[in-house]
Design a protein. Structure first.
Length: 188
């Protein structure tokens, strides 16, 4: 059996190739409220890299402009975060075949967490497993907002939401700063 690749190296391989783990993940239709979701075709261990949330990286001004003109269903695919003291957004509203835009919200028991990895002076938003994920489980994370369409339709209590990672809460995995480690890996 080959040695296990570290979560960071696994993430970097997928970030550089701009690919999803199509052999480990699949898209399934869930229902009219949630739409589609991403499901595990094989297991993930706690801490594993799962996928990247890909889309157009835009600044806050462009994000606000797009939010004004987009249909509300498209705004749900915009992920805002802090980086280098400014607000940025990954706009994944355009269907591009990537899996990240299809991961659903779960604020009570998410099985993944969004973390930022800086590679080649550019931020990437990635999901890492919060716990072991079994074959057939839906991949989920906490979107961090009370106004998610699914939450509003299902009238769930959103008291335990978290705020997405920003520069004051460095993206880390097992106490290692992902952005510093990724830069170190690129220099080797």
């Amino acid at each position: 059996m080959p040695p296990r690749v570290s979560p960071l190296k696994d993430a970097l391989q997928h970030l550089h190739s701009k690919t999803d783990k199509t052999s480990k993940l699949e898209v399934k239709y869930i229902n009219a409220v949630k739409g589609r979701g991403i499901f595990a075709l094989s297991s993930f261990s706690k801490g594993d890299f799962v996928l990247e949330y890909r889309g157009d990286m835009i600044d806050n001004a462009e994000s606000q402009r797009r939010r004004r003109i987009y249909h509300p269903s498209c705004v749900a695919f915009m992920f805002s975060f802090k980086w280098r003291g400014r607000t940025w957004c990954i706009d994944a509203s355009q269907e591009d075949g990537s899996f990240g835009r299809l991961v659903n919200d779960e604020h009570i028991r998410p099985n993944c967490r969004m973390k930022r990895i800086d590679v080649d002076r550019k931020p990437h938003l990635c999901l890492f497993a919060l716990n072991d994920i079994q074959h057939g489980e839906e991949i989920t994370y906490d979107y961090g907002g009370e106004d998610c369409p699914q939450r509003m339709q299902m009238t769930m209590n959103a008291a335990d939401v978290i705020i997405p990672v920003d520069s004051s809460h460095p993206a880390d995995l097992l106490e290692t700063r992902m952005d510093e480690t990724a830069q170190d890996t690129n220099q080797q």
